[in-house]
Design a protein around this ligand. Structure first.
Ligand SMILES: Cc1cc2nc3c(=O)[nH]c(=O)nc-3n(C[C@H](O)[C@H](O)[C@H](O)COP(=O)(O)OP(=O)(O)OC[C@H]3O[C@@H](n4cnc5c(N)ncnc54)[C@H](O)[C@@H]3O)c2cc1C
Length: 469
């Protein structure tokens, strides 16, 4: 029997643009394009809002707020406040509070998209048929412009015995409504450490197993060591130079096998959280049918304006490997919209590295690390101030951490900062903005900041710069 072309390629529904994924770039871009009068389709296979809304930023920061409340309540005596009885955490209510915020955000995205004129929302898995067409179930969509915003998911390495144990990842952690007796966190980086501290504060025993010689290996050694001190100070067990190589079920417990030179080779706990990195959602997208280039880890290759190797196809957010944050995904949307709609040639390389690690106290980061500056061979200046010398931190009884800023000795421009301390996820922005303004550090040094704040010590720190030896 001869199969006709019409059967292989059923009639496609034509759009001006197709957006795949409703993460942190797709919805804003789809709405912006639709508002110009273009006919746009946006496809989502699972939860509106993607990772940030459903199992990333919003739920974790909501849970962290509950964990911090428990922590502060336990420390009430330090402030002269008496709370009779012991502090108990009701995880069902903690989860319900988180679920409510997530649901409101998810429904907000869905309603926004579904109520936008010229925008068709299609629910299902999108897969490229070729460079202009995308299949979603029985439907075939066609457009000259296609925007990929498929994000990523937790990486699950093929470790021995992994299929015999019920491990958790950042998504399944969202269903936990109890306090695990002993949570073993595999991976001592951003995602793992936020969960580690949160669950310690909820009342779990927590062990972090990290194969590297320090936590958050991308950070400077002094930052990494300080983070370790903070977490150990709360009773978290940290195993460094310990590579997880396998799992074994032991009754209702999990045994994690560890390759290490010191310490136990087996860590036994009640639950395991795998936080060993992320992978892009590109393996089931049919990129090969469209000829879109990906690297060996599956990240879509893009240029400075987020164009893929195929004309008319763009990739935004985590799937392009150029950022791993909500703000980088949103900035990708701004770059694409500026180039396509505003005649403004914004580029990825214009942005300055910026992120926070939401342990408590948080780490706010901008620009280069000290290690990167040393490697660059540039002549640098450094300013550093422990949080014990910040009045606001002392008044609040939270003096862990330090602030560090790096300056180019010749141009006087700020090159980077690592601020680990109370409110430093906010304070970092005064440094970030002066970097964007391309102004010398002396502008902040002469600024009059408000007393008493953590920010008021930034001009002081900049007045005490020393050559980076
Ligand atoms: C635990 C955790 C905490 C985090 N905390 C922070 C934080 O505090 N601050 C911060 O900036 N970042 C944080 N992040 C990172 C942040 O969540 C991501 O960088 C951000 O969500 C990436 O957005 P995105 O638009 O690239 O993709 P995503 O948000 O992942 O969205 C992609 C969407 O595409 C859909 N999709 C995938 N494939 C297809 C397909 N073939 N067809 C149709 N739909 C598809 C998915 O279902 C998903 O809805 C955190 C991440 C985790 C895991």
């Amino acid at each position: 029997m001869t199969v006709t072309r019409a059967e292989v390629y059923p009639m496609a529904t034509k759009y001006d643009a197709i957006v795949i994924g409703t993460g942190q770039a797709g919805p804003s871009l789809a709405v912006r394009l639709a508002e110009t009068g273009m006919r746009v389709a946006i496809v989502e296979r699972k939860l509106f809002g993607g990772t940030c809304v459903n199992n990333g930023c919003i739920p974790t920061k909501t849970l962290i707020a509950s964990a911090r409340t428990a922590h502060v309540a336990r420390r009430a005596g330090d402030y002269g406040v008496t709370i009779p009885g012991s502090i108990a955490v009701d995880m069902k209510r903690v989860k319900a509070r988180k679920d409510l915020l997530v649901r409101q955000s998810r429904e907000g995205v869905e309603k926004w998209l579904k109520s936008t004129q010229n925008l068709t929302v299609i629910e299902g898995q999108a897969r490229f048929a070729d460079a202009h067409r995308v299949r979603v179930g029985d439907e075939l969509l066609e457009a000259d412009k296609i925007f990929i915003n498929v994000g990523g998911r937790a990486s699950i390495p093929p470790l021995q015995g992994i299929d015999q144990v019920n491990y958790l990842n950042n998504s399944t952690m969202m269903n936990v409504d109890f306090v695990p007796e002993h949570l073993i966190v595999i991976g001592g980086s951003y995602v793992g450490l936020e969960f580690a501290q949160m669950y310690r504060r909820f009342g779990s025993e927590v062990t972090v197993v990290e194969m590297g010689s320090g936590l958050c290996r991308r950070e400077d050694q002094d930052v990494s060591e300080n983070i370790k001190t903070i977490l150990e100070g709360e009773g978290i067990n940290i195993r460094l130079n310990a590579e997880c190589i396998g799992f074994e079920k032991r009754g209702d417990k999990v045994a994690v096998q560890v390759e290490c030179n010191t310490g136990d080779k087996t860590v036994i706990g009640s639950h395991v959280l795998l936080a060993v990195g992320r992978v892009p959602n590109t393996s089931d997208l049919g990129v090969e049918n469209a000829g879109i280039e990906i690297d060996k880890r599956g990240y879509i290759q893009v240029d400075d304006q987020l164009r893929t190797s195929v004309p008319g196809i763009y990739a935004l957010g985590d799937c392009n490997g150029r950022g791993a944050f909500t703000h980088t995904a949103y900035n990708d949307y701004e770059i694409v919209a500026a180039n396509l709609l505003d005649g403004d040639q914004r580029r990825v390389s214009d942005r300055i590295t910026a992120y926070a690690l939401y342990i408590d106290p948080p780490l706010g980061r901008a620009g280069m690390t000290e290690a990167e500056l040393r490697k660059s061979g540039r002549k640098g200046l450094i300013g550093k101030r422990p949080m014990t010398q910040v009045g606001r931190a002392r008044e609040k009884g939270e003096t862990a951490g330090f602030m560090k800023v790096l300056v180019d000795a010749e141009t006087k421009k700020i090159l980077g900062a690592s601020l680990l301390g109370i409110e430093c996820d906010e304070v970092i922005h005064s440094i970030l903005d002066i970097m964007y303004a391309n102004a010398p550090y002396t502008v902040i040094q002469r600024a009059m900041h408000i007393h008493p704040t953590v920010s008021e010590l930034i001009p002081t720190m900049l007045g005490e710069l020393k050559p980076l030896e």
